[in-house]
Design a protein around this ligand. Structure first.
Ligand SMILES: NC(=O)c1ccc[n+]([C@@H]2O[C@H](COP(=O)([O-])OP(=O)(O)OC[C@H]3O[C@@H](n4cnc5c(N)ncnc54)[C@H](OP(=O)(O)O)[C@@H]3O)[C@@H](O)[C@H]2O)c1
Length: 262
């Protein structure tokens, strides 16, 4: 058993989550791996135990199912060894807005928003009490880009960014580090699962490069990490413009331009 905090990773059976698992195992952290596909989780756990000698638990859960989500929440509440949550499980959007069904909307929002938020809420009280720990939420640059035609998926990822910014303000002063990671197109199964052809994209990041860059941001205790963004000042300018806009809100009166129709 490691002296480092254990790391619970959702969506650890493939892609970004599986890569986080490998990287944290190499750093010597014990792991709790969560996803639906138990065979894949068991195989990854066996490989990482062999490679790194860390202790690994597998927790099979479909995070869109109430009972399963409650089991993972309970684990985060009770298992005091877990000091880091990688809130990574997520799914993409198949088709445009008018092609969505009630069920597909429900699943997408439940996994990308509800489960992620509830898991953060399950661990946050324990971490704030301990005065340490980390919550990493995997968002997406799509959350900044309504132009990309993945409207509901992008909206879920805009939620993840906002949630992370708010949690940083609430939990940061209590010693809890919060990070939002915003990948762009990264070579994982999510594209195929969403019915999209990754080979049709002009540029794709390899998943190891994405996670290694995200971990540089993590080690720096950066709030928002955008591995594909080469000009860091663009994010600072966007966030600065947002704060400037807030400073120009006057609550008592509507703005002059809304007082006449002309
Ligand atoms: N790849 C990209 O281009 C990209 C870009 C931006 C953001 N992201 C974000 O990165 C995160 C990871 O995605 P990825 O690219 O690594 O895709 P991925 O390879 O498809 O991995 C998704 C993971 O989530 C798990 N998962 C899916 N539905 C689940 C459910 N109902 N309950 C529990 N686990 C579930 C999957 O495992 P099981 O099937 O075994 O459950 C899998 O381990 C997502 O939040 C995604 O939105 C990806």
């Amino acid at each position: 058993m490691s002296n480092l905090p254990a790391v619970l990773i959702t969506g650890a059976s493939s892609g970004i989550g599986a890569t986080y698992a490998q990287r944290f195992a190499r750093r010597g952290h014990d792991l709790v791996l969560v996803a639906r596909d138990k065979a894949r989780l068991d195989a990854l756990a066996a490989q990482l135990r062999d490679e790194s000698g860390v202790a690994i638990d597998v927790l099979q859960a479909d995070l869109t199912q109430a009972d399963d989500l409650a089991r993972v929440e309970q684990r985060l509440i009770e298992d005091t060894r877990i000091g880091v949550l990688i809130n990574n499980a997520g799914m993409g959007q198949h088709g445009g807005f008018t092609q969505q069904t009630a069920a597909s909307l429900d699943t997408l929002i439940t996994l990308n928003i509800t489960a992620l938020t509830r898991l953060a809420a399950a661990i946050a009280p324990r971490l704030t009490q301990a005065g340490e720990g980390a919550i990493v939420n995997i968002g997406s640059v799509v959350g900044l880009a309504p132009e990309l035609n993945m409207t509901v998926y992008g909206a879920t990822k805009a939620f993840v960014l906002f949630l992370s910014q708010g949690l940083h303000l609430e939990l940061g002063p209590k010693g809890v580090y919060v990070q939002a990671v915003l990948p762009a197109a990264t070579r994982t199964e999510i594209w195929q699962r969403s019915g999209m052809d990754i080979d049709a994209l002009p540029e794709v990041m390899e998943v190891g490069d994405l996670v290694d860059a995200a971990l540089v941001g993590y080690d720096r205790r950066e709030l928002v990490t955008i591995p594909p963004l080469h000009v860091a000042e663009r994010w600072e300018a966007l966030d600065g413009a947002r704060r400037l806009l807030l400073s120009d809100l006057r609550q008592a009166q509507p703005a002059e331009r809304y007082k006449t129709l002309a």
